[in-house]
Ligand binder design. Structure first.
Ligand code: ATP
Length: 358
């Protein structure tokens, strides 16, 4: 029997609702598979924890998480805590402390879910966005001087290193190689950002030489937004900087029908540290506690986590169950249905227990 230790951090807003749903589905899946067991450790690190202790996680938080094989994360952010404090208090210390430099964001139009793009259905939009997750525009370098005075100044420095760019480029080419179309689009803004992003272009050219079986092209980020909307079929795997891919992947999630179905993984490809898997969406205060949060993003997230752990068969079965449940019209309101989080979860558990998942 294969054992995996999962650290669960549901945190804020709808995080606890969708992570509980995901854990229920994972448990059903492990029971069905029979080959592995998930030992789940629960952590209450969140904005509530911050209000009580003045920090988002204990001093030895990373040392505790390091024992895990993977981290299953909900959402962080509360209305009374500034976003930059919650982000730098919990998610970013984990991503940076564990060198999770590859952020992967698969996007597909699921059956039963309607894309806002006319004539785009399942199969027309099937993307993998690879986001550089350790440096670039979110390096945390900069400062402020003359606070509050008319001459106040703030700098926000984007850092691009050869090591950082090369490793994400290799990861992106290798990811594209595993996909049916074997095509990569390298996104930059190297016409205007003439240092760091010209370095991206140069390294892309160098790394491409090692992947002759992967076709690739380049796109400026502004043009990329149009291409994603106008010619979604022309896009397959995409690699972009921390900021650019952050924005493009929200666009991708919206084009796939809802933020409520979009998953992501913060991966340390070297496997020195545990990787962290989470829905793309945030706390969603408007629907917190109403029981209607879409749990599909957290199911898909769980599938990414299983794949990373080496349980490819269970990961694929989970996605078949998701597609069956969506195709049957058991959908939450954000994707046009009227089912609750619990009803979707129950349908998933039934599909996993009794269904033919290939
Ligand atoms: P944060 O500041 O933490 O990112 P937010 O509320 O500003 O939170 P999101 O939570 O990312 O932003 O989502 C924006 C909107 O999308 C939400 O207000 C909600 O209406 C919708 N949404 C997001 N996730 C889901 C979900 N899982 N199910 C249903 N609707 C969702």
């Amino acid at each position: 029997m294969r054992h995996y230790r999962i650290a669960s951090i549901p945190a804020d807003g709808i995080g606890p609702e969708v992570i509980a749903a995901g854990l229920e589905v994972l448990e059903a899946l492990a029971a069905r598979d029979g080959g592995f067991v998930l030992d789940v450790d629960h952590y209450d690190w969140s904005s509530a924890y911050y209000r009580k202790h003045g920090v988002f996680m204990p001093d030895d938080g990373l040392a505790i998480l390091k024992q895990a094989d993977a981290i299953y994360f909900g959402a962080v952010g509360a209305q009374d805590v500034p976003d930059h404090i919650s982000l730098w208090g919990l998610r970013l210390p984990i991503c940076q402390g564990f060198d999770q430099y590859a952020n992967i964001r698969p996007t597909r139009v699921l059956p039963g879910v309607v894309s806002p793009l006319r004539d785009v259905g399942p199969g027309d939009l099937d993307w993998l966005i690879v986001r550089e997750n350790s440096e670039g525009e979110y390096s945390g370098h900069g400062g402020r001087a003359h606070r509050g005075l008319p001459e106040e100044v703030a700098t926000e420095v984007a850092i691009f290193t050869r090591v950082g760019v090369e490793r994400i480029m290799r990861y992106a080419f290798a990811s594209a190689r595993k996909r049916p179309r074997q095509h990569l689009t390298v996104v930059t803004k190297s016409n205007a950002q003439k240092f760091g992003l010209v370095l991206w272009d140069e390294i892309a050219l160098e790394v491409a030489a090692d992947f002759p079986d992967v076709t690739w092209d380049k796109e400026l980020v502004d043009a990329m937004t149009m291409r994603m909307v106008r010619k979604p079929q022309s896009v397959d795997t995409v690699v972009a900087t921390n900021l650019h891919a952050d924005i493009l992947s929200d666009l991708a999630a919206a084009l796939a029908g809802s933020l409520g179905v979009a998953p992501t993984g913060n991966v340390d490809p070297s496997r020195r540290y545990p990787s962290m898997f989470e829905p793309i969406h945030g706390s969603a205060f408007d629907i917190t506690g109403k029981g209607i949060a879409n749990p599909v993003a957290s199911f898909w997230t769980a599938s990414l986590m299983l794949e990373h752990l080496g349980e490819a068969r269970a990961a694929a079965a989970l996605m078949v169950a998701v597609e069956q449940v969506c195709a049957a019209g058991i959908l939450t309101p954000d994707v046009g249905g009227n089912a609750t989080t619990k009803e979707v979860t129950r349908a998933m558990v039934e599909a996993i227990k009794g269904g033919n998942l290939g």
